[in-house]
Design a protein around this ligand. Sequence first.
Ligand code: ANZ
Ligand code: ZN
Length: 859
Amino acid sequence: ASRFNALKSDAAWQQVWDERRTFAARDDSDKPRTYVLEMFPYPSGRIHMGHVRNYTMGDVLARYRRMTGHEVLHPMGWDAFGMPAENAAMEKGVHPGGWTRDNIATMKAQLKRLGFALDWTRELATCEPDYYGHEQALFLELFRHGLVYRKESSVNWDPVDMTVLANEQVIDGRGWRSGALVERRKLSQWFLKITDFADELLSGLDALEHWPDKVKLMQENWIGKSQGLQFGWSLSDGGNVEVFTTRPDTIFGASFVAVAADHPIAAKLAESDPAVADFIALCKQGGTTAAELETQEKLGFDTGITATHPFDPAWQIPVYIANFVLMEYGTGAVFGVPAHDQRDFEFASKYRLPIRRVVSEGDDTDPDFTAGEAYSGPGTICNSHFLDGMDIEDAKRAVIQRAEDGGWGKGSTVFRLRDWGVSRQRYWGTPIPIIHCDACGAVPVPADQLPVVLPEDVSFDVPGNPLDRHPTWKHVPCPTCAGNARRETDTLDTFVDSSWYFIRFASQPSDKAFDRAVAEKWLPVAQYIGGVEHAILHLLYARFWTRALKHIGMLDIAEPFAGLFTQGMVTHETYYRAKVIRTERPSTADPETIVTESSSIQTWFSPTEIERRDGKAFLIGTDDEVKVGRIEKMSKSKKNTVDPTHIVDQYGADAVRWFVLSDSPPERDLEWSESGIEGSWRFVQRVWRLFDGLTETAGAEGGDKALDRKLHQTIAGIAADIEGLAFNKAVAKLYELVNALERAAPSASRNAAIRTLMLLVAPMAPHLAEEAWAIAGNAGLIADAAWPEVDPALLVDDEVTIAIQVNGKLRDTQTVAKGTAREALETIALANANVQRILDGAAPRKVIVVPDRLVNIVA
Ligand code: ANZ
Ligand code: ZN
């Protein structure tokens, strides 16, 4: 038998698909439609195994849906703007555009090498003017409808490089290049009004039946709707401070009031007190990321002012300025309840403020609160006068009621979600299409002047935004008054680019962002597949853009992604050597004493440098043993990556596709292993031998009912598994069918089943399937063939295998029609050759029959 020559077949069929544009989706098709989309890649350099796994899953679904008669849209493009291109420009002196386009060319070739059924006619790259120009037009449409505005907001400022830093350029609070402590600075920036849609984005989650619950929960938490109370505390200096709380039930546990560093009260005090001004400056240090705010040490400044408790005029608590209170949220001021809020607990511990329990967890609650952390769980209110004995929710309502009745407070709804700041002080992004004029203000760039194209002649030798220091680009006449004006030099957050690309894939006219009618034919995306790392921001922003476009009447789609699937990661063993380094130094306490310190440094090795022998790992061709470390997500830092193209060249595309589908459920991590890919390669060859053997058994006749049944059960099962994205289960069913076919004697049934097998493996191993399909003399491509019909009659088992026992011991089995009568079963068993030999002429003492299961003869 011949061997399947994957390298030859892969190239041949990929060329055929390309030339015939087999996978180009037709907008005007009458068929039912399926839009399958995987999150488009960032062109970072080369494809990694995570991409291969992601795109293979989508590909199987896309190919399968085509075979079931759907018009399938399965596009691919590039999320091509962003920091890494600028970093490369700074480090290697290359142009971000050149770097990006080179990477796209490399990665596109790599994707093609895997034989994905992609509609390359719709390829797009967000860094090209024919994409971002339309984005600028959409931005201005939102601007016209009041969904874009400008306001002062904090950025990370590197005081040494004198530049704004992206969050990912702030490492441990310091600038990534200068190492200087990052400061917070206010800049005027552009915002999108996502908060207008907070309620819709939340309630819309309910309709998303085909989304993972965990992702919906993450979105829900991010939007963070809470009911609260806003009320004022009167201050000892005659003033008043409004606070916002989601826990009015804890009002009797208050031990301080705290305002944000940029709260007007703080600003006022700073005018006359330099100590306050110093403290405010101190609060401005540190990055702006949520994680940083969370972990920062809690700092406070006691203003000397006190606040009067709303339920007890005699009860005064101190007012602090504190770094953990944000001006952007609620009212920029809070009351602190150390017993039941962790930040307040840390704050109170540091400044020795009372910690008073007002929620008890049960009888054994410690009344003095010696616990090391705040308690935020459920319980009954205590130490709280009229609230005592209530549960938390009742107590919240009771306090809100009293506040509203007394006219000193108001119940309210708030969202944690803030408006989306989209300004980035960077070059490699979509230019914000605004012109600033001293006389006319911020003026939109007129439609006939779009796109605002990025200038190519920029330099990266000094920090900062090259657009800002470009000699000519930013100087333009004002579109309104023709006076001297300046272009906006900020570019858009790259999340904007990925918030509407799925619409542009569906429809890409050259004169506008999309054609509404065409886009509506395709959308929503039936199945979106990607990494869980995008579970919050990307998906929320894409949902927001879709709703915003609906709101302004441009597109009548509420939710962009009907189905969402988040796949697991690809992992690999790690290999390393640990070197222990000893250093000696004089002790700080006693310089006469020398202390030895040891630390260990790991050197990592790539799987290509390793060979395994007797369960150990060695550097290839040597006896140098290395340690086998944990199985971890493939990463450059641990060197445990495997280059897909290298593997494809070795085993062929189908074996690689097969392996990434087969080994684990798609939502779980997949461990890449050499033995696994070899196993897949052997399986491809086994299937090939079945196809290849067809010529020899061409004349075989006769039916094989059991095989027919197995085949039809497999067809139905695989269809259901692919629809349910349970690819590993579909693969397991194919293994079983192949096993059965290998064992079965030649028959017409077997030949028919092998021909059907070509169709069944086609979504997963398309090159192998095309090759076999052509050799078997079929006209046309298997990619265009129909998925096999299921004969429902063959799905039910009408035969059963019964056990034939003598004295409880299995002697034989026999296949009989389901529901065969007791008497008939007894006759069959007694006539069995093995049974007759054992009985040796004697009459059985007793015959026990369990219909459809067994016959036991007691001798
Ligand atoms: C008293 C209290 C007691 C609070 C308690 C919490 C627990 P979520 O639920 O995330 O919306 N807060 C209000 N405005 C703030 C601001 N500008 N900066 C920092 N913290 C602020 O958070 C609402 C809670 O966060 C509010 O409820 C307030 O503290 C705090 F046991 O008030 B709470
Ligand atoms: Zn003007």
